[in-house]
Design a protein around this ligand. Structure first.
Ligand code: TMP
Length: 206
């Protein structure tokens, strides 16, 4: 049985969560067994870690604390939720995963990407998504879509530009796994593109 982990990535306000949910709804309609989950979060413990991470009161959080909390949440979520679902043959759709740590804590906070890649491997047991949809959009446009900003959303435009650049670099480095999408397109158009790409990939696997 082929395991299938599909992730959605992009800066805040890129529309990735909406698209992850639409793909999940489409799978439900088609009776394709799947789960929709997210990072940070996705399990009881990891959702508690999420609250700490996004809390605007923690503006003094240092970069390594941030990195280790994301990794801690990921280790629990991967072991408790993602791997069991994959083992049952379900498609797992995850709103953000390992790539977010590389770009936010790497490009954003300046932590070594080699170190983050190693620690990602430790926290996931080496699990890597099979397909990653990257919704690309300029931070100037994306951030206007958000009403009440959390700790990371309140970061500077420069920070979000570095994160966006990091994602585009990951796409260039992993052209087979990453699918780059224009986040300024309409919700419906993007959903149709995502469905088409998913179906084309499935045909290749068959
Ligand atoms: P969200 O916008 O998808 O709800 O994600 C919450 C925030 O967490 C978002 O600002 C991106 C950030 N994040 C990281 O900095 N590193 C990570 O590894 C993950 C999964 C998310």
């Amino acid at each position: 049985m082929t395991e299938l982990l599909i992730t959605f990535e992009g800066i805040e306000g890129s529309g990735k969560s909406v698209q992850a949910k639409l793909l999940y709804d489409y799978f439900q309609e088609k009776d394709i067994s799947s789960i929709l989950t997210r990072e940070p979060g996705g399990s009881d413990l990891s959702e508690k870690v999420r609250e700490i991470l996004l809390d605007r009161q923690h503006l003094d959080m240092v970069p390594y604390t941030e990195l280790f909390l994301y990794l801690a949440a990921r280790a629990q979520h991967t072991q408790e939720v993602i791997k069991p679902a994959l083992a049952q043959g379900k498609i797992v759709i995850c709103d953000r995963y390992i790539d977010a740590s590389i770009v936010y804590q790497g490009d954003g906070r300046g932590i070594s990407k080699t170190l983050i890649t190693q620690l990602n491997k430790t926290s996931t047991g080496g699990l890597v998504p099979n397909l990653t949809f990257l919704l690309d959009i300029e931070p100037e446009i994306a951030l206007k879509r958000i009403e009440r900003k959390d700790r990371l959303e309140s970061e500077s435009l420069e920070f979000h530009n570095r994160v966006r650049g990091g994602y585009l670099k990951l796409h260039r480095q992993n052209p087979d796994r990453f699918v780059l999408l224009d986040g300024t397109k309409s919700i419906e158009k993007l959903h149709n593109e995502i469905k088409d790409i998913f179906e084309a990939r499935m045909m290749k696997l068959e």
